[in-house]
Design a protein around this ligand. Sequence first.
Ligand code: OAD
Length: 249
Amino acid sequence: MDDLIKKAAADLAAARYVVALTGAGISTESGIPPFRGKGGLWERFDPMEIAHIDAFMRDPAKVWNLLVKEMKKIVDSALPNDGHKGLVKLEEMGKLKTVITQNIDGLHQAAGNTDVIEFHGNFAWQRCMDCMRKYETSKVDVSVIPPRCDCGGILRPDAVFFGEMIPTDAMWRSRQAASACDLMLVVGTSAIVQPACLMPVYAKQSGAKVVEINPERTPLTGKFSDYLIMGKAGDVMNRIVAAMDKNEG
Ligand code: OAD
């Protein structure tokens, strides 16, 4: 792995416009479970039963009880880890311009990245399905499920359920960033959910280097990514940043 760390440090040093695409894997070290794989949410639940908009419309209380309440508990207390902090250091070095994240946990912003595109929306806010008023998730009273707005409407996460469109602005800005970058870091995503997983493809097609950080191979590996650094985001980011510091010093 050492050679790949050195290679990534050199590639990042040479890059002028770095964009990161992140997924649930970058937040596992903050105690947030991923969706797929061992210990993943979809091992316990069928996503079509609890994370599809039709399921929410059919039975909002069920989705609140099985998914939203549990996520609220986990996200309310989660803190950024070394993976998130490494991306902040890359921004401070003037390399990383934008983070495109599929995560809804807000940890990139909490760590200090300034331009974060929330591709699947966020969990920081709930919105009324009738009047669209927004409520801070941490302040929503979950003693009665589903929680309701003052107008009586049901509250839902301000995030994207399966079966819903990606917010237009997030989609447009992500495509722009993917096509403009000269290096894309793809961290902790299984890269199977569209259209997010197409961003590295757009980056590659526009001539950028694509570097994956993940303990597992993904459908991008060997096809759209130039190389995969097999490891956990926190450890790998620490080592890359240390190698860049050493090269500069
Ligand atoms: P997944 O759960 O599909 O994939 C997590 C990825 O992170 C896997 O490839 C793991 O190998 C990797 N991983 C695990 N621990 C890691 C660590 N410590 N460091 C680095 N990588 C690690 O999560 P996503 O790809 O984010 O969508 O899933 C994409 C979308 O599917 C989510 O945004 C969500 C979900 O259904 C919606 O809810 C719309």
